[in-house]
Write a protein that binds this ligand. Structure first.
Ligand SMILES: [Zn+2]
Ligand SMILES: [Zn+2]
Length: 99
């Protein structure tokens, strides 16, 4: 992971935001829920891919409007569907833009 991404994912602000978002959605995968399935969310996905420029903008990084709670399967799906090789998904399920 890039140092700026690591700094963000390790930040107290993100941990707090992630935890309250998960509480809000009941800790379940939002896409599974749409299919009527109950699956715990493992990842809080940023619908806007983070980069070095927007990572310091809380209206992007800590905004519930731009977050989605997903299970590992759906998270991988969301990213591979785009077939966008500019992004990498690490072993923690975090996505970062390559430069
Ligand atoms: Zn799911
Ligand atoms: Zn994601």
């Amino acid at each position: 992971m890039k140092p700026w991404a690591e700094a963000f994912y390790n930040s107290e602000a993100w941990h707090h935001c992630r935890a309250s978002y998960l509480r809000k959605v009941g800790g379940l995968c939002e896409l599974c829920m749409k299919q009527g399935k109950v699956e715990p969310a493992e990842i809080v996905h940023h619908k806007i891919v983070l980069n070095e420029n927007n990572v310091t903008d809380p209206s992007v990084t800590l905004n519930f409007e731009h977050l989605q709670a997903l299970c590992r399967k759906h998270h991988a799906e969301v990213h591979t569907r785009k077939r966008d090789r500019r992004y990498i998904v690490d072993e923690m399920g975090h996505v970062t833009a390559l430069d």
